[in-house]
Design a binder for this molecule. Structure first.
Ligand SMILES: [Zn+2]
Length: 54
């Protein structure tokens, strides 16, 4: 089951919550040679983000 994680963008400060793959799903994706998701900000599309809303 995907896990919902909160992220905050270091570029524009936008806060968002997305589903990320858990350990098992990441392993499965790698095994099938699928890219594991690169999380990016939905506002500015930068990947310069960090976990948590603190
Ligand atoms: Zn952003």
């Amino acid at each position: 089951m995907p896990e919902r994680v909160r992220f905050r963008c270091n570029n524009c400060g936008h806060r968002f919550e997305i589903e990320v793959l858990n350990e098992d799903e990441r392993r499965e994706a790698r095994r099938k040679n699928r890219p594991t998701n690169a999380v990016h900000c939905p506002e500015c599309l930068r990947t310069d983000i960090r976990r948590g809303w603190d």
